[in-house]
Design a binder for this molecule. Structure first.
Ligand code: ZN
Length: 179
């Protein structure tokens, strides 16, 4: 197992839809293991495969590191939201969009069809906080980050802030290289 680098938005791999996994072979199992290790290393609650630069439709989620929410720990392959209801707003952040958090409106309840790592198709239902996390991660698989869920002024402000963060990261990288 290995901790992988997190790809930072707006990298192309985060802006394009991922491919469905056709065969859960050793390569896929290795990727899933690396996703878990990377997510825990970075203190994430969820991670999509394209966030480590590999365009497969796989997500890992573990909400148990957050207190006071329903603990859900799952690897889902080719997940698809097949039903949703209600609304909720939650302040989201993302390992691939460092330094920015914003309130995003999403469904309160979702039903998801996915394969388990054993290759079985299952239906899952999530509500409240876990539903936020799964919608955020499944969005990644369709090439979308949470910033794109924002509207109007909120979106503009978040994008402006993110541009500043990117410039800071760029400067810090240059300083490291010249040091
Ligand atoms: Zn994310």
């Amino acid at each position: 197992m290995a901790v992988r680098d997190i790809v930072i938005y707006p990298h192309e791999v985060l802006k394009n839809p991922t491919q469905k996994v056709e065969d859960i072979n050793d390569e896929i199992i290795q990727i899933v293991n690396d996703m878990w290790e990377t997510m825990y290393e970075k203190d994430g609650i969820g991670l999509a495969c394209n966030q480590i630069g590999i365009p497969y439709s796989i997500i890992v989620v573990d909400t148990s590191i957050k207190e006071g929410v329903q603990p859900v720990k799952l690897t889902l392959i080719n997940p698809e939201i097949i039903a949703s209801e209600g609304k909720q707003t939650y302040k989201e952040a993302c390992l691939s969009v460092p330094g920015v958090a914003a309130e995003v409106e999403r469904a309160y309840w979702i039903k998801v069809k996915a394969l388990t790592p054993k290759g079985q198709e299952e239906i899952f239902e999530f509500e409240g906080f876990p539903a936020v996390v799964f919608q955020h991660e499944i969005d990644h698989l369709s090439g979308r980050v949470f910033l794109e869920r924002l509207k109007g002024v909120k979106r503009r402000l978040a994008l402006e802030k993110y541009k500043k963060v990117l410039r800071q990261l760029e400067r810090a990288k240059k300083n490291r290289e010249s040091a």
